[in-house]
Write a protein that binds this ligand. Sequence first.
Ligand code: UT7
Length: 336
Amino acid sequence: MTNGNKRNVVIKGTGHAVPTRVLSNFDLEKMVDTSDEWIRTRTGILRRRIADEHTATSDLATEAGRLALEDGGVSPEQLDLIIVATITPDMFFPATSCLVQKNLGAWGAACYDLSAGCSGLIYGLDMAMHSITSGAYNRALIIGADCLSKITNFQDRTTCVLFGDGAGACLVEGADRAGVLASYLGADGRGWEKLLIRAGGSRHPASPATLEAGWHYIEMCGNDVFKFAVRIMVEASLKVLADAGLEPEDIDLFIPHQANIRIIESAAHRLKLKDTQVYVNVDEYGNTSAASIGIALDEAARSGRIKGGDRVLLVGFGAGLTWGAMIIEWVDKDND
Ligand code: UT7
């Protein structure tokens, strides 16, 4: 959808948090039959951050959220809504967003979690935008946060080299001018088995047998997800560009989900984007799932890579299968 003439939303603040512990490709060489060379050339990843045994998703989400509030100059009590996008909640219930609310002291906020895999932050931003433009809410904190290391089999070299932990947050507020120029979400549940955790839910409740089978770990059809990712990132980007009446060259910064440098480069090439238009940090963090776009957005904003008036294109894909894209006109907070 486009968001031309009606009440809109702007991003007032961003934040991110990652664990301090670094797991390098060389560390992984000692754990599974892999090599730094394979990981670097096939994925672009050099290292990733891994949460310790005392850290859960809500801890990283709270820190990212706190920084976004600070960045936007908004106090926790002023929040109306907290959405946490995650596939690694602290527990089945209560929602991780309720734990974040407790940690922040955001007593006026309604809270829910959202499961859209690595598309989660864009799903959350889209939901918040509609909640705010409807007039029901005015300020929302959207946090994409995951600790994939907690659901990764570190004996499976086809998955364990890819993932890392982190959280990225956006503070969103109602405004009378265009902030979100276009937004688009999609899903195809026929691809549910391409990327999943098989057990622990109501289909296969956790049991000694599911543990024995390793069904509490991520399973992925890497090649199928790769092909889907390149196709859908291009399609979703072209859709929001068309909706906003823009061309790829009008985009100041393209922030794709950081899963694999080859996916990012293929999509950017097909969109005819220049390297300078594309944000990449997959080398540092690996694939942090719902956190990835939020971490990149916060880094780009804080480092001055995005300035007031810039047009930023976010695009993600993930388990479900799901996808989402959004074009945001950036607000210079200092001159707001
Ligand atoms: O956020 C969404 C989540 N997931 C993704 O975005 C993942 C999308 N997929 C990918 O990024 C890629 O498909 C992977 C990085 C997962 C795999 O790369 P690939 O180039 O598609 O490799 P492949 O699966 O075709 O495997 C090629 C070879 C295989 O060996 P053989 O059968 O050719 O002898 C694998 O066994 O590489 C082997 N291999 C490894 N070798 C060393 C797979 N993983 C590793 C490894 N180290 N870690």
